[in-house]
Design a protein around this ligand. Structure first.
Ligand code: HMG
Length: 313
């Protein structure tokens, strides 16, 4: 067993979580969510997406969000987080140069490019083939790095595709290798439709980690089939030490019908705390945030741990 001593949580609720909400969420509500997430001790909050508002209307206020975060960070340069006094990284998705240029104008310090291990998903999600997407990302990554901005890479459909079904781990490994070679500091492996099971997740990771060291990989698992925590346990055992999750289990993917949210951050924290793994995040504060945003959105809290903690208050 190689369980890590510490895990970094990348909180994706404000982006992956909200991008699929059909009713527009007010920019002020998003900013309040991000502030609360940061205050709970989360060091990395994915906050927006510089994508076409015609494709993903919910992310149309990316500029306002990132400018507001830049300005509040400037007001208090050492920290945005008022309670934990730790610096938070606010990142944004940038699928192409247009997105990157807009993000740089807003002072974004970290961006992410997002590809797929499935041809069909790539076409539906970003309107190009896998090969074209990698060609598109290369100058984005190069330009970002020259501007001193870190770049994360995503690979979707690592354990299955809504259009193609099974995806060979070799396909995942190939895309991950290219993203790393371009200069992504970390590659996040997305089980976009939450179909994975633990042994499958381990097998995929074994193959990918032959191309990208495990220290540069992250797990981004959706919980559609209720397997996300089991899958995380399996990949933690392999040494994964970065987990993407979403407060209250918010989310779904606009290009993956029926996909439910990411694994809930509260549930991940509870699991990690039970294993004695440090995260630096205050579970009670995060549970209050999950309860608050669920009420704001008028939807049930998707975190079992969040529900249990709030019921016991
Ligand atoms: C990638 C594009 C933009 C290509 O879209 P396209 O239509 O192929 O792009 P285009 O270059 O032909 O431009 C068409 C129009 O879009 C505009 N445009 C072009 N680029 C941008 C931009 N960056 N920002 C704003 N506008 C943009 C461009 O200006 C033009 O506007 P028009 O002249 O027609 O008015 C489009 O397909 C798109 O926005 N897709 C959205 C994809 C998305 O956000 N998906 C969800 C996130 S991925 C995800 O959730 C999975 C992940 C990461 O969480 C991991 C997992 O769980 O698997």
């Amino acid at each position: 067993m190689h369980f890590p001593r510490k895990v970094r949580i990348v909180e994706v609720g404000a982006r992956d979580g909200l991008q699929n909400e059909s009713v527009p969420v007010a920019t002020a509500t998003k900013l309040e969510l991000i502030r609360r997430l940061s205050d709970s001790g989360l060091a990395h909050v994915e906050a927006a997406s510089f994508v076409s508002p015609r494709w993903v209307p919910q992310m149309a206020d990316h500029r306002e969000i990132m400018l507001a975060l830049r300005d509040s960070s400037a007001e208090s340069p050492t920290t945005m987080s008022t309670t934990t006094k730790s610096a938070t990284t606010y990142s944004a998705l940038t699928p192409n140069m247009k997105g990157l240029e807009a993000a740089l104008e807003c002072g974004v310090r970290e961006v992410a490019v997002f590809g797929s291990a499935s041809e069909s998903f790539s076409q539906r999600n970003i309107n190009c083939s896998i090969a074209e997407s990698l060609e598109r990302f290369a100058p984005v990554v190069e330009h970002a790095l020259k501007a001193g901005v870190r770049v994360r890479g995503y690979v979707s459909c690592v354990l299955g595709c809504p259009y193609e079904g099974e995806i060979a781990p070799a396909e995942v490994a190939a895309v991950a290798r290219e993203l790393k070679a371009m200069g992504c500091y970390e590659v996040s492996l997305g089980d976009t439709i939450g179909v994975g099971t633990p042994l499958k997740a381990k097998h995929m990771l074994e193959q990918v980690s032959r191309e990208v060291p495990i220290t540069q990989l992250a797990a981004h698992f959706h919980d559609t089939y209720g397997q996300a925590l089991a899958n995380l346990y399996a990949v933690l055992e392999e040494g994964i030490a970065v987990i993407d999750s979403s407060v209250a289990g918010l989310g779904g993917c606009p290009y993956a019908k029926g996909a439910s949210g990411n694994v809930a951050s509260e549930d991940v924290l509870y699991l990690l705390e039970g294993m004695g793994i440090e995260t630096g995040v205050d579970l009670a504060a995060l549970a209050r945030t999950g309860d608050w945003i669920s009420r704001e959105l008028g939807r049930p809290n998707g975190s079992r741990v969040g529900q249990a903690l709030m019921a016991s208050c």
